[in-house]
Design a binder for this molecule. Structure first.
Ligand code: SAM
Ligand code: SF4
Length: 376
């Protein structure tokens, strides 16, 4: 039986975080030093991930994206990709990476059955790269992109998180890339992962920017669900050293509308393509470009009604939504001998509690986990 949530959405896409560790320290995702990672014994083993993927596949979840943290830092990742891709019922296996180890792995990942990669890249300037990612090398990532393309991992998508006064002057440079190269550049609105509760009551929230469709605050529909663990940890008063705090993040935010205007003023009008993606991206093309432009507008124009996914965290919790609290523990049941029927029931419980939409602009924010822990 397929997974259909209470809002009639078909849930067929699972994002699997295989680690919360990373070889970068992007300013919007992780602190520079002193990161807290889950103890190794809390991280799902490959056998456990394979089992959960197989249960998901039996429920009609036919598309898997491997993510993290940085998935390529986990040992023997190619073997996992091979097993996932070979799972009966899995039609598509993809991966999101920062690209640092991609040149090394692209060929073997493709041979293992990986179909596509998304590479995160926020700047084309080496010095700036160091300031944003704080580890790694732009040159190596660019080589990784070429290697992935050569290995047939296409269409190759490049994720750029747009930040005001940090990299927004490169919006059009990225758009120019697709004039001659068949990539899809995906402009991502900064998401308020782990923004602090302080921000909820701060005057910044009255920004009209964050009022989507004039919607009124509404109650998070499933907040009382007994089986969903709610993460309501009070945020630390100041973020860990080297991590942007809530107000800084807000000030860096650039809405899609502005990004699009800037691209159109340089490259000409964008026309919508018929390309269907697995997620919330909307894809466009400008005249003369071989590649495409997409926008992920989770804040100003979220497309929650088309959301088709669940997320499995590296430590084994299944989440119905990236941007809302709530997750269910699969690790303990699987380790205490749960049957496939029991695991199926837990998947169904999470789907049953999938919120209609996120309520970030109304002040209900995901807290307690960073993006590297959830799996972006
Ligand atoms: N390490 C891999 C990478 O960077 O591609 C995979 C995990 S990363 C968490 C997945 C994606 O989430 C990346 O494209 C990253 O830029 C994006 N991301 C992380 N924090 C974000 C935030 N606060 N807002 C928007 N995107 C974010
Ligand atoms: Fe690592 Fe990806 Fe987070 Fe950057 S966005 S710190 S590469 S997990």
């Amino acid at each position: 039986m397929k997974l259909i949530d209470p809002f009639n959405r078909k849930i067929d896409y699972l994002r699997v975080s295989v680690t919360d560790r990373c070889n970068f320290r992007c300013i919007y995702c992780m602190p520079e030093e002193g990161i807290s990672v889950a103890p190794k014994e809390n991280i799902l083993t490959y056998e456990e991930i394979e089992r959960l993927v197989s249960v998901a596949a039996s429920l009609g979840m036919c598309r898997i994206r491997i993510t993290g943290g940085e998935p390529l830092v986990r040992r023997d990742i190619v073997e996992l990709v091979q097993k996932v891709a070979a799972t009966p019922g899995i039609q598509e296996t993809t991966l999101t990476t920062n690209g640092m180890l991609l040149a090394q792995y692209a060929q073997s990942l493709a041979q293992a059955g990986l179909q596509r990669v998304n590479v995160s890249l926020d700047t084309l300037k080496p010095g700036r790269f160091q300031r944003i990612a704080r580890r790694g090398s732009l040159e190596v990532v660019l080589n990784g992109i070429d290697a992935a393309y050569e290995a047939g991992l296409r269409p190759l998508k490049i994720n750029m998180v747009v930040m005001r006064n940090i990299n927004d002057d490169e919006i059009t440079d990225f758009a120019e890339l697709v004039r001659h190269r068949p990539f899809d550049i995906r402009y991502i609105e900064m998401m308020p992962i782990n923004w602090s509760d302080d921000e909820v009551v701060s005057p910044f929230l009255t920004d009209s920017l964050f009022k989507r469709n004039g919607s009124q605050p509404s109650q998070y529909p499933n907040s009382n669900a007994p089986t969903i663990r709610l993460l309501c940890k009070q945020p630390e008063s100041s973020p860990p050293l080297g991590m942007l705090d809530a107000v800084q993040l807000r000030r860096l935010f650039v809405p899609t509308k502005e990004i699009r205007e800037r691209i159109e003023s340089r490259c000409g009008p964008l026309s919508a393509t018929m390309i269907k993606t697995n997620g919330p991206a909307r894809t466009f093309r400008y005249a003369g470009a071989v590649g495409t432009i997409s926008f992920i507008s989770q804040i100003t124009n979220a497309n929650c009604q088309a959301c088709n996914r669940l997320r499995l965290t590296a430590d084994g919790f299944l989440r119905p939504c990236l941007m809302a609290n709530g997750e269910i523990n699969l690790r303990d049941p699987i380790r205490s001998g749960a049957s496939d029927e029991k695991l199926t029931e837990l998947f169904r419980t999470v789907v049953f509690h999938k919120p209609k939409e996120h309520y970030v602009e109304e002040g209900l924010l995901p807290v307690g986990r960073n993006m590297n822990q959830i799996g972006g």
